[in-house]
Design a protein around this ligand. Structure first.
Ligand code: ATP
Ligand code: LTN
Length: 333
């Protein structure tokens, strides 16, 4: 039997996840689980590259786990786990740091953005964040990495690091490819459609959280920035409307052309109502499931225990191979 391809992806437990995370990442993940062997990680080690409150971080990890499960990521078909429970991530990351050039890291736009945003805490972890991400991916001999458009650059550096290592030591890592969905790959901030919707945005009107009430969602969509025309059309000159069209299509499965036609005679008011309703219809079942799962602590603990064990077994194989190739002496047992 032909081996199934492997998928790895992760999300930071850095706050309430947004419609952007959901449409750009989670929703696609659920569509992949039947065809691929998937690992879905909660990357708590990445989250501490910006300052986190320990009590909140612990809760955010649990919340993200619940959200993964609620959108339909199956814990037996896939491996779901916390990054910090599998120590090989940190170990491989250190090794790969020594095969990554500062010049490469200097080009990373996410570092530049985050350094500007957290100018009081530009730590070395924030700088080497892409190396930890490379370790995440390469540890599992990953074929495909489903992420939003914003992560493309990190995938490129991962491929470069893997290629460099393989060239020096012979085939060690599989070279992964980005897997970026067509719709929902880049959901923009509602009040400023020139920047991406981000869960750490301080302006709550920019984001729709997965757990927002229907009334709140309707209100945020209605207040979304558009333009002074009244034509529902996709185009670079219309970032606000294009963003709403993108959201509408990702939620309903319609194409942009179908949606443009549907609203060709209605104007922005009716369009925004339809977008809000589509988002509510998409998120309501997920919200209900989250509330159910939150009651079931034993089940959540078992998912995490099992995930760490399965991920750890796979990770150990690659790390041992790498340690041997670079010349670390074998452990005496
Ligand atoms: P933070 O604000 O803490 O940096 P974030 O909202 O950017 O977080 P991440 O945890 O970095 O989210 O990303 C999780 C996944 O969601 C990634 O695959 C990322 O590409 C995707 N994603 C994040 N924001 C968006 C967006 N606005 N549109 C589409 N996909 C997105
Ligand atoms: N950097 C990603 C989160 C992330 C990730 C990964 C995604 C960490 N490790 C490995 C895919 C594969 C982000 O900020 N969205």
């Amino acid at each position: 039997m032909e081996e199934r391809k492997r998928i790895f992806s992760g999300m930071q437990p850095s706050g309430m996840i947004t419609l952007g995370n959901y449409l750009g990442a989670l929703k696609n993940w659920t569509n992949l689980q039947d065809e691929y062997d998937c690992l879905y990680c909660i990357v708590d080690m990445h989250a501490i590259t910006v300052r986190q409150d320990p009590v909140k971080l612990r809760k955010q990890c649990k919340d993200l786990l619940t959200q993964y499960l609620a959108v339909g990521i199956h814990p037996e078909k896939n491996i779901i786990y916390y990054q910090s429970h599998v120590s090989q991530h940190a170990e491989l990351s250190w090794i790969l740091n020594c095969y990554t050039y500062m010049g490469e890291l200097n080009r990373m736009t996410q570092f530049k953005d985050k350094a500007a945003k957290h100018s009081d805490n530009i730590n070395a972890g924030l700088y080497t964040y892409p190396v930890l991400m490379a370790a995440d991916i390469l540890l599992y001999q990953t074929d495909l990495v489903p992420v939003g458009e914003d992560q493309r650059q990190h995938l490129e550096i991962t491929r470069d690091i893997a290629g460099r290592f393989n060239a020096l030591y012979g085939d060690t890592f599989k070279i992964p490819e980005a897997y970026i969905g067509k719709v929902g790959a880049r959901v923009m901030a509602l009040q400023d459609p020139s920047k991406k919707m981000s869960k750490s945005d301080e302006n709550q009107n920019n984001t729709i959280a997965l757990m927002d009430d229907p009334a709140v969602i309707m209100n945020k969509v209605k207040r979304a920035v558009t333009d002074s025309e009244n034509e529902v059309r996709y185009g670079e000159d219309k970032p606000g409307i294009s963003n709403l069209l993108n959201i509408y299509c990702a939620c309903t499965g319609k194409t942009i052309a179908e949606a443009e036609k549907e609203f060709s005679a209605t104007g922005y008011g009716a369009f925004k109502t339809a977008v809000g309703e589509a988002v509510v219809a998409e998120l309501e079942p997920v919200q209900k499931k989250i509330k159910e799962l939150e009651q079931n602590k034993d089940y959540l603990n078992e998912v995490i225990r099992n995930g760490a064990e399965r991920a750890g077994n796979l990770a150990a194989k690659t790390l041992t191979k790498v340690q041997k190739k670079i010349g670390f002496p074998p452990a005496i047992r």
